[in-house]
Design a protein around this ligand. Sequence first.
Ligand code: IPE
Ligand code: MG
Length: 222
Amino acid sequence: MDGNGRWAKERGLPRIKGHEKGADAVKACVEGCGDLRIEFLTLYAFSAENWQRPKSEVLALMNLLERFLKEKTPELIEKNVRLQAIGRLTDLPEACQKQLHKSIEQTAHNHGLTLILALSYGGRLEIVDGIKSLLHEIEQGHIDPAMIDVEMFSKHLYTRYYPDPDLLIRTSGEMRISNFLLWQLSYTEMYVTPKLWPDFGKEDLFEAVNEFSRRQRRYGGV
Ligand code: IPE
Ligand code: MG
Protein backbone atom coordinates (compact mmCIF):
# COMPACT_ATOMS: atom_id res chain seq x y z
CA MET A 1 0.00 0.00 0.00
CA ASP A 2 2.65 2.47 -1.14
CA GLY A 3 2.45 6.20 -1.73
CA ASN A 4 0.85 7.55 1.45
CA GLY A 5 3.77 9.89 2.12
CA ARG A 6 3.78 11.26 -1.44
CA TRP A 7 0.01 11.75 -1.33
CA ALA A 8 0.43 13.93 1.77
CA LYS A 9 3.47 15.78 0.40
CA GLU A 10 1.60 16.72 -2.79
CA ARG A 11 -0.94 18.46 -0.55
CA GLY A 12 1.53 20.02 1.85
CA LEU A 13 0.25 17.79 4.66
CA PRO A 14 2.22 15.83 7.28
CA ARG A 15 2.95 12.20 6.29
CA ILE A 16 0.58 10.84 8.92
CA LYS A 17 -2.34 12.47 7.09
CA GLY A 18 -1.39 10.31 4.11
CA HIS A 19 -1.38 7.21 6.30
CA GLU A 20 -4.81 8.13 7.67
CA LYS A 21 -6.13 8.54 4.13
CA GLY A 22 -4.43 5.23 3.26
CA ALA A 23 -6.30 3.49 6.07
CA ASP A 24 -9.57 4.88 4.64
CA ALA A 25 -8.68 3.41 1.23
CA VAL A 26 -8.69 -0.10 2.70
CA LYS A 27 -12.49 -0.03 2.91
CA ALA A 28 -13.05 0.31 -0.85
CA CYS A 29 -10.55 -2.44 -1.59
CA VAL A 30 -12.13 -4.84 0.90
CA GLU A 31 -15.59 -4.08 -0.51
CA GLY A 32 -14.33 -4.55 -4.07
CA CYS A 33 -12.85 -7.93 -3.16
CA GLY A 34 -16.20 -8.87 -1.64
CA ASP A 35 -18.01 -7.85 -4.85
CA LEU A 36 -15.62 -10.00 -6.89
CA ARG A 37 -15.88 -12.93 -4.46
CA ILE A 38 -12.13 -12.87 -3.98
CA GLU A 39 -11.17 -15.25 -1.20
CA PHE A 40 -7.89 -13.80 0.07
CA LEU A 41 -6.52 -10.26 0.23
CA THR A 42 -3.14 -9.59 1.81
CA LEU A 43 -2.26 -5.98 2.64
CA TYR A 44 1.37 -5.07 3.22
CA ALA A 45 0.64 -2.61 6.00
CA PHE A 46 3.98 -2.42 7.81
CA SER A 47 7.27 -4.02 6.83
CA ALA A 48 10.05 -5.29 9.06
CA GLU A 49 12.15 -2.47 7.54
CA ASN A 50 9.56 0.22 8.38
CA TRP A 51 10.80 0.19 12.01
CA GLN A 52 13.73 2.29 10.71
CA ARG A 53 11.44 5.25 10.07
CA PRO A 54 11.46 8.20 12.52
CA LYS A 55 10.12 7.22 15.93
CA SER A 56 7.24 9.67 15.64
CA GLU A 57 6.04 8.15 12.34
CA VAL A 58 6.31 4.58 13.68
CA LEU A 59 4.34 5.55 16.78
CA ALA A 60 1.67 7.29 14.70
CA LEU A 61 1.37 4.23 12.43
CA MET A 62 0.99 1.89 15.42
CA ASN A 63 -1.67 4.13 16.95
CA LEU A 64 -3.44 4.25 13.61
CA LEU A 65 -3.33 0.46 13.33
CA GLU A 66 -4.79 -0.01 16.79
CA ARG A 67 -7.52 2.57 16.14
CA PHE A 68 -8.26 1.10 12.71
CA LEU A 69 -8.72 -2.38 14.16
CA LYS A 70 -10.87 -1.17 17.02
CA GLU A 71 -13.12 0.95 14.78
CA LYS A 72 -13.37 -1.36 11.77
CA THR A 73 -13.88 -4.74 13.41
CA PRO A 74 -17.70 -4.34 13.60
CA GLU A 75 -17.68 -3.53 9.88
CA LEU A 76 -15.53 -6.57 9.14
CA ILE A 77 -17.98 -8.73 11.05
CA GLU A 78 -20.90 -7.20 9.16
CA LYS A 79 -19.16 -7.88 5.83
CA ASN A 80 -18.34 -11.46 6.82
CA VAL A 81 -14.57 -10.76 6.59
CA ARG A 82 -12.17 -12.99 8.51
CA LEU A 83 -9.12 -11.08 9.72
CA GLN A 84 -5.69 -12.74 9.89
CA ALA A 85 -2.13 -11.44 10.25
CA ILE A 86 1.36 -12.49 9.18
CA GLY A 87 4.77 -11.23 10.29
CA ARG A 88 6.74 -10.93 13.50
CA LEU A 89 3.64 -9.89 15.39
CA THR A 90 5.38 -9.95 18.77
CA ASP A 91 7.42 -6.91 17.61
CA LEU A 92 4.24 -4.81 17.71
CA PRO A 93 3.43 -2.72 20.80
CA GLU A 94 1.53 -4.66 23.44
CA ALA A 95 -1.73 -2.70 22.95
CA CYS A 96 -1.62 -3.32 19.19
CA GLN A 97 -1.07 -7.05 19.65
CA LYS A 98 -3.97 -7.22 22.09
CA GLN A 99 -6.37 -5.41 19.74
CA LEU A 100 -5.13 -7.46 16.77
CA HIS A 101 -5.79 -10.77 18.52
CA LYS A 102 -9.15 -9.52 19.70
CA SER A 103 -10.16 -8.57 16.14
CA ILE A 104 -8.86 -11.89 14.79
CA GLU A 105 -10.87 -13.76 17.39
CA GLN A 106 -14.03 -11.73 16.79
CA THR A 107 -13.91 -12.43 13.05
CA ALA A 108 -12.68 -16.03 13.24
CA HIS A 109 -16.02 -17.57 12.27
CA ASN A 110 -16.61 -15.38 9.22
CA HIS A 111 -16.35 -17.20 5.92
CA GLY A 112 -16.28 -14.43 3.29
CA LEU A 113 -13.06 -12.68 2.36
CA THR A 114 -9.96 -13.55 4.39
CA LEU A 115 -8.13 -10.26 4.97
CA ILE A 116 -4.51 -10.85 5.92
CA LEU A 117 -2.52 -7.94 7.34
CA ALA A 118 1.24 -8.20 6.87
CA LEU A 119 2.66 -6.48 9.97
CA SER A 120 6.33 -6.23 10.85
CA TYR A 121 6.56 -8.54 7.87
CA GLY A 122 9.69 -9.34 5.88
CA GLY A 123 9.96 -12.05 3.23
CA ARG A 124 13.54 -12.94 4.10
CA LEU A 125 12.70 -13.05 7.82
CA GLU A 126 9.79 -15.35 7.06
CA ILE A 127 12.07 -17.76 5.20
CA VAL A 128 14.60 -17.69 8.06
CA ASP A 129 11.79 -18.36 10.55
CA GLY A 130 10.63 -21.22 8.33
CA ILE A 131 14.10 -22.77 8.36
CA LYS A 132 14.27 -22.46 12.15
CA SER A 133 10.88 -24.14 12.47
CA LEU A 134 12.00 -27.00 10.21
CA LEU A 135 15.24 -27.42 12.18
CA HIS A 136 13.25 -27.57 15.40
CA GLU A 137 11.12 -30.39 14.02
CA ILE A 138 14.21 -32.24 12.86
CA GLU A 139 15.74 -31.90 16.36
CA GLN A 140 12.52 -33.25 17.86
CA GLY A 141 12.77 -36.21 15.50
CA HIS A 142 9.43 -35.38 13.81
CA ILE A 143 10.86 -35.17 10.30
CA ASP A 144 13.76 -36.58 8.34
CA PRO A 145 15.73 -33.92 6.36
CA ALA A 146 15.46 -36.12 3.27
CA MET A 147 11.67 -35.53 3.33
CA ILE A 148 11.95 -31.76 2.93
CA ASP A 149 10.47 -30.52 -0.33
CA VAL A 150 8.76 -27.37 -1.63
CA GLU A 151 5.40 -28.46 -0.25
CA MET A 152 6.74 -29.15 3.21
CA PHE A 153 8.70 -25.91 3.37
CA SER A 154 5.60 -23.94 2.39
CA LYS A 155 3.91 -25.42 5.44
CA HIS A 156 6.54 -23.79 7.68
CA LEU A 157 5.90 -20.25 6.45
CA TYR A 158 3.55 -17.69 8.04
CA THR A 159 1.25 -18.26 5.05
CA ARG A 160 0.88 -22.01 5.56
CA TYR A 161 -2.92 -21.77 5.65
CA TYR A 162 -3.29 -19.60 2.55
CA PRO A 163 -2.78 -20.19 -1.18
CA ASP A 164 -0.04 -18.34 -3.10
CA PRO A 165 -1.29 -15.01 -4.48
CA ASP A 166 -2.60 -14.90 -8.05
CA LEU A 167 -2.14 -11.16 -8.40
CA LEU A 168 0.20 -8.61 -6.84
CA ILE A 169 -0.90 -4.99 -7.11
CA ARG A 170 1.82 -2.44 -6.51
CA THR A 171 0.74 1.18 -6.14
CA SER A 172 2.74 4.41 -6.61
CA GLY A 173 4.58 3.08 -9.67
CA GLU A 174 7.39 1.32 -7.83
CA MET A 175 8.86 -1.61 -9.75
CA ARG A 176 10.14 -3.70 -6.88
CA ILE A 177 9.04 -6.43 -4.49
CA SER A 178 10.34 -4.73 -1.31
CA ASN A 179 10.72 -7.99 0.61
CA PHE A 180 7.05 -8.98 0.25
CA LEU A 181 6.09 -12.69 0.11
CA LEU A 182 9.35 -13.61 -1.63
CA TRP A 183 8.67 -17.34 -1.65
CA GLN A 184 4.95 -17.10 -2.46
CA LEU A 185 5.19 -14.69 -5.42
CA SER A 186 7.08 -17.12 -7.70
CA TYR A 187 4.27 -17.31 -10.26
CA THR A 188 2.16 -14.35 -9.21
CA GLU A 189 1.04 -11.92 -11.92
CA MET A 190 2.27 -8.40 -11.22
CA TYR A 191 0.32 -5.22 -11.83
CA VAL A 192 1.90 -1.82 -11.28
CA THR A 193 -0.20 1.33 -11.17
CA PRO A 194 1.09 4.90 -10.81
CA LYS A 195 -1.87 5.65 -8.48
CA LEU A 196 -0.83 6.45 -4.92
CA TRP A 197 -2.45 4.11 -2.39
CA PRO A 198 -4.81 6.71 -0.83
CA ASP A 199 -6.25 7.31 -4.33
CA PHE A 200 -6.64 3.60 -5.15
CA GLY A 201 -10.37 2.90 -5.32
CA LYS A 202 -12.78 0.14 -6.26
CA GLU A 203 -12.57 0.99 -9.97
CA ASP A 204 -8.78 0.68 -9.83
CA LEU A 205 -9.10 -2.73 -8.24
CA PHE A 206 -11.54 -3.82 -10.93
CA GLU A 207 -9.19 -2.57 -13.64
CA ALA A 208 -6.30 -4.55 -12.14
CA VAL A 209 -8.39 -7.71 -11.89
CA ASN A 210 -9.63 -7.18 -15.46
CA GLU A 211 -6.10 -6.98 -16.76
CA PHE A 212 -5.20 -10.04 -14.69
CA SER A 213 -8.02 -12.01 -16.32
CA ARG A 214 -6.42 -11.37 -19.73
CA ARG A 215 -3.02 -12.72 -18.71
CA GLN A 216 -1.93 -16.15 -19.86
CA ARG A 217 -0.32 -18.12 -17.09
CA ARG A 218 2.00 -20.91 -18.11
CA TYR A 219 3.92 -21.67 -14.90
CA GLY A 220 7.05 -22.42 -16.92
CA GLY A 221 5.14 -24.68 -19.33
CA VAL A 222 4.13 -23.83 -22.90
C1 IPE B 1 3.25 3.21 2.58
O1 IPE B 1 3.36 4.56 2.24
C2 IPE B 1 2.66 3.03 3.94
C3 IPE B 1 3.51 2.37 4.94
C4 IPE B 1 4.72 1.96 4.79
C5 IPE B 1 2.90 2.17 6.25
P1 IPE B 1 4.75 5.29 2.36
O2 IPE B 1 4.86 5.92 3.70
O3 IPE B 1 5.87 4.36 2.00
O4 IPE B 1 4.60 6.41 1.26
P2 IPE B 1 5.74 7.06 0.35
O5 IPE B 1 6.53 5.97 -0.29
O6 IPE B 1 6.58 7.90 1.27
O7 IPE B 1 4.99 7.88 -0.64
MG1 MG C 1 6.99 4.04 0.31
